[in-house]
Design a protein around this ligand. Sequence first.
Ligand code: GCO
Length: 444
Amino acid sequence: MNSNLFPQGFVWGTATAAYQTEGAWDRDGKGISIWDTFSHTPGKVENGDTGDVACNFYNLYKEDIKLMKSLGYKAFRMSISWPRVFPEGIGEVNKKGIKFYRKVLKELKDNDIITTVTLYHWDLPQALQDKGGWESRKTAEAFSEYADLCFKEFGDLVDYWITFNEPFVTAFPGYLFGNMAPGIKDMNAALLTVHNLNLAHGLAVKKFRKYDFNSKIGTANCRSWAVPDNLQSPSDIYAARYADEMYYFSFMDPVMLGQYPSSYYETICRFKLNIVISKEDLEIISQKIDFIGLNYYTRMLIRYDKKAPLGFSEAKGPLEKTEMDNEVYPDGLYYILKDLNKRYGSVPIYITENGRATTDKVVDSKIDDLDRIKYLKQHFEVSAKAIKEGVNLKGYFVWSFMDNFEWAHGYTKRFGLVYVDYKNQKRIPKASAYWYSKFIRESS
Ligand code: GCO
């Protein structure tokens, strides 16, 4: 494809998250997170895998950044583990944690790599979970203190801040379906969590604005293109819109428009939940942000399903599937980019995650992940088309720089451009890593 289709200065990067890559789960004063607890609970993660060691990025970050640099990736998205800097969530700061992240960020800067930091990629300090977790407003307040500490300690080294990664995963898989940490199944808790996460985001942005940084702040939500399974069925059509509103707009609308979508209120009424949303909270949540982060992987075929907790479930689609059983559907990314542009105006958008899992075989020390190359190429193409049609897309982060701990799937799914041999922590760039490298070179 023609790489000149992207504007000069377009940010090409890769993404990771703390729990998925760092390891060192109990080293140098780090506190326990809900993902440590979850993964250590038998039966929760495939093969009993944990993030205890993961990619050992904690010790190997220099080599990883060197590799990143040699491949010419311009930006890196990583997250900070909240319990590494605040072992108990609030109160005493772990100096060694601060030191670690300063070293990593400094290393990136020394290598001219643009730094993007996510404050919350799902690893809540267990101590705060024990005090009520995201059901408690106090957690939102604690988050803003934690964010403030990060701005103060790392602000000079960070180009882009992302408050939350996919808060919908915390609220729904985490608090309603129970298949992600903290593994709770409670409707009231889930919808309260939605609001407290949004509130936490707003409080953190408010803190950020006190500083005079030359950096930007936004949030990263995942949106799958929602399609009714049966286009002849009014209930499927309704369910698809409802799913989109619950999973995506319950997070983006309060931030961008200062209001929840009607489905959120409808759910509170339908289940007679004990949740009241104040005008003051909505004002806090709707602080201006500098960019929208979009994680895109697939579309979802939605059907009405009376037995499912929220009244809908996902059907299996006919298209080619990734190793995650996701349909490959690049057009969905195009539709979403156009739709966001229409709904929220020309606010800058960054694709903060996009990529796929493949079955990678090492043959003669090489990994020919042609499916990943094809997938990325198709998604780059529709992005270029959206830019041409006026969408203010400014950057793209491939998920992921390297294979890592894929949450409840453990190490069974490989998303990396770089292969990780977990036996000896060797990194082997896959064919896609070199392809992406060449693509960036040619487009800058
Ligand atoms: C997410 C998370 C990542 C995942 C990736 C692949 O988007 O779910 O941000 O941590 O690993 O999406 O599933």
